[in-house]
Structures are given as structure tokens and as C-alpha cells.
Ligand binder design. Structure first.
Ligand SMILES: *[C@@H]1O[C@H](CO)[C@@H](O)[C@H](O)[C@H]1NC(C)=O
Ligand SMILES: *[C@@H]1O[C@H](CO)[C@@H](O)[C@H](O)[C@H]1NC(C)=O
Length: 380
């Protein structure tokens, strides 16, 4: 029978929620140029972990990992500036800039695990395996970096299917396996993960743990999240949204679940169609701790309510804010980082619609999105 428009919209909203981000790397400059005549540079380079020597001795769970929500879903030339896109810059550039958490959503496309945003008709970013291979390449080149992946399992594909994709990309070699218990049993320091070269933490929603791919961690055995379907800047809070079974944020923390703060908002096109809200992005991602709706204030509020800072944060359009400033403040490394590269055009105002009014550009996209939904309704 025909799915209703509201149910389609709900599934789209779910899809849009699937995004997580990752950590970044150390000095990637001309390392060969460093000699004994520059001992301080040498030691700083050798000891920086996730862009700061101060983080090496911190446990994974004591660090705030700034993340790109829907990291694979781009609003750029590769997608015709799709309004379904959540980021201006791709995952490699996010890692270069210093993000260390990458979140994305996958679907089953003719038996292939594909990076699709809600549906593969709306935005298809290609096979997960290809994307993982690029992230693996980045990790190969950046050996002092601990990276986290969070995958939303749109069509509930089996853990074995994910395992073969991870193996195929080669990134499984970095997969970290928690030592004790479902809640991690105490997380190691970044330095220890780097030394053992097990420096990729992968959470996947809606999988069972499996001995054949023990590094694929069922998300909600380790993580709890705040709400992700926020449609106004006044809508951010620190209340546990998932997993409901954990009860409250306080109870989840007691169980050892790591807090993930979702901090992105949607613009509602109708009661059931939502798309990433870029109009307010400079406020949304601002490090301000006094502006309502700002990332800085949300993080400070959660830290105060929880008695611990968010371990994971997900934002859209991460180059705005810049979002990393909030994580650096929480990590106590603001202004003291090394090895980051910011892409040209980062944080630009409406960079994809220069020369025309933002509303005009978005209007065209809206029409396309509405047409997509109408077509979907007509097809079924
Ligand atoms: C991001 O874009 C750069 C430059 O085009 C490219 O080399 C890199 O492979 C891309 N990364 C991903 C994850 O698509
Ligand atoms: C927290 O925010 C979400 C999304 O805006 C909302 O649905 C929920 O009711 C809020 N919870 C509380 C306790 O305010």
C-alpha cells in the first residue's frame, strides 16, 4: 500500500539524523626537514596526540571529540549544492582541519552498503567501502591521530556485512576493541591507542556485537545521545533522547555510557519535510557561552548538568563557528594546537550562493526536494 507522506517524512528525518564525526591528525608538514637542530619542534611533533601534546595522557573518554554530522553528505559541487547536504567540506578535509569524529548514514543499495541520506534517490555519496578507504589513507598518513566513526544503519544491515566492508577497505587494522565489558571497561589514553595502533573507534547503530568483527561496537551499548530533531535554536537541551532504556542522562553516565551532544538544527519545510538549517549556522556553531542556541552555551550547559563534558559533539557545516573552538575550550587546548589545515573558503558566508540571495538559492533546492517527495509519493 501507499506510504503516507508523513511516514516518508519521518523516515527522511531519521535519515538526516544519521551523522557522526571524528578526530584529526598531527603535523603533516615536511617532517623530513626536522633535524636535531630543532629539538623542540621534534619533541612537540612526536608527542602531539589529536593535535595537542596535552591530550596524549588523557583517556579517550576524557576528551571531547568534535564531529561532522552526516560527514559524507555534502552541499558542494559534487552534489549540485544539494540542500540535503549537511557539510560544505568532505571527511578528509574535516580530518585535516582537526575534527576527529565522522558520522554518516548507510543504506542497502542492491546489496551494497551505500552512504545515502535518507534514501539513495535523495543523496547518494557512494559505497561505504570507498569512503572508508579514504579515511584509512588519511590515518596511514597521520599515525598520531585517534579517529571515531559513527554509522547510522538505515536498513538494519547485518554486522557481518559491515565487517566485510571494513576488511575490504583495510581500515579494520586500526579497529579498537574495548577490553572490558560492554561499556568499554575504562577507556585507554590516546597515547596508548596510538602506540598500539588501535586508534579507530567505530560505533554502529542497530547491530549486534560480533566476535568476527569485535571492533564494530553497537552504538547504544557505549553511547547515549541528546535529541537530534531540533527545529529551533531554543530547542537544544541536555536530556537523554536515546537509548530510552538508559533512563536519564545521569543514569546513563553511571552506566559508563559516553555522552554525545547533537548540535544541529533543521528548517521545517512542512510539518514533515526538514532540511539542514544553514541560515542560522553562524549562531548555531558559535563558541559563545552567552548566546541562546550557540554551541558554546549548549556544551557548557550540558557539562554543568552532567558533571562531565560531552565526549562527542556533532555539528552541521563544521567550518562555521568555527565549531572546533568549542571542543578546544572543553579540552583546554585553545590556541595551543598543531598540525591543522583549514580549507580555503571555510566559514564563508553563504559561500555556495554568492551573488544571489540565499533565500532564492534555497528556494530552488526546496522546489527540488518537494518534487522529490511528490515523485516518491506518486511512485508508491
Ligand atoms: C575530499 O576531497 C579531496 C579533494 O578533492 C579528495 O582528495 C579526497 O579524497 C576527498 N575525501 C573524501 C572522503 O571524499
Ligand atoms: C529536549 O529537546 C528536544 C528537542 O528539541 C525536545 O523534544 C524535548 O522535549 C526536550 N526535553 C526537555 C526535557 O525539555
Amino acid at each position: 500500500m501507499l506510504p503516507s507522506l508523513p511516514s516518508l517524512a519521518a523516515s527522511i528525518a531519521l535519515l538526516t539524523s544519521a551523522a557522526y564525526s571524528l578526530p584529526r591528525n598531527v603535523l603533516s608538514g615536511p617532517d623530513g626537514g626536522i633535524t636535531l637542530s630543532a629539538p623542540s619542534m621534534l619533541s612537540a611533533r612526536d608527542t602531539a596526540c589529536n593535535n595537542s601534546p596535552d591530550l596524549c595522557s588523557k583517556s579517550y573518554s576524557q576528551v571531547t571529540h568534535m564531529g561532522a554530522h552526516d560527514a559524507a553528505f555534502l552541499r558542494d559541487d559534487t552534489t549540485g549544492n544539494s540542500i540535503a547536504g549537511n557539510q560544505y567540506f568532505n571527511a578528509t578535509l574535516a580530518l585535516d582541519a582537526g575534527l576527529r569524529l565522522l558520522q554518516a548514514q548507510v543504506h542497502n543499495k542492491n546489496g551494497v552498503i551505500e552512504l545515502c541520506h535518507t534514501t539513495c534517490d535523495l543523496l547518494d555519496a557512494g559505497p561505504l567501502e570507498d569512503w572508508l578507504a579514504k579515511i584509512k589513507g588519511w590515518m596511514d598518513a597521520n599515525p598520531n591521530e585517534v579517529v571515531t566513526l559513527l554509522l547510522v544503519n538505515g536498513d538494519n544491515q547485518d554486522v557481518a556485512a559491515f565487517g566485510s566492508v571494513f576488511t575490504g577497505s583495510g581500515i579494520d587494522k586500526y579497529g579498537y576493541v574495548p577490553t572490558g565489558g560492554s561499556s568499554g571497561g575504562g577507556w585507554p589514553t590516546l597515547q596508548s591507542m596510538i602506540s598500539s595502533n588501535k586508534r579507530l573507534v567505530t560505533f554502529v547503530a542497530s547491530i549486534e556485537a560480533s566476535a568476527s568483527a569485535p571492533y564494530l561496537l553497537p552504538e547504544f551499548a557505549h553511547v547515549f545521545e541528546t535529541a537530534y530533531e531540533v527545529t529551533s535554536l531554543a530547542g537544544f537541551n541536555c536530556t537523554l533522547d536515546r537509548p530510552q532504556s538508559a533512563g536519564t542522562a545521569g543514569a546513563a553516565l553511571q552506566q559508563g555510557l559516553l555522552p554525545l551532544m547533537n548540535h544541529f538544527s533543521y528548517q521545517a519545510l512542512s510539518s514533515s519535510i526538514m532540511f539542514p538549517n544553514v541560515g542560522d549556522i553562524d549562531t548555531t556553531n558559535s563558541p559563545s557561552t552567552s548566546t541562546p542556541g550557540a554551541l558554546g552555551l549548549h556544551a557548557q550547559t550540558c557539562q554543568s548538568q552532567w558533571g562531565s563534558k560531552p565526549v562527542f559533539v556533532l555539528v552541521d557545516f563544521w567550518d562555521h563557528g568555527p565549531a572546533l573552538e568549542t571542543a578546544d575550550k572543553l579540552n583546554g587546548i585553545e590556541g595551543k594546537t598543531t598540525g591543522r589545515t583549514t580549507p580555503a573558503g571555510a566559514g564563508g558566508s553563504n559561500k555556495k550562493s554568492a551573488g544571489s540571495s540565499n533565500s532564492g538559492t534555497v528556494g530552488v533546492g526546496k522546489a527540488a526536494l518537494v518534487a522529490f517527495f511528490m515523485a516518491a509519493v506518486a511512485l508508491f
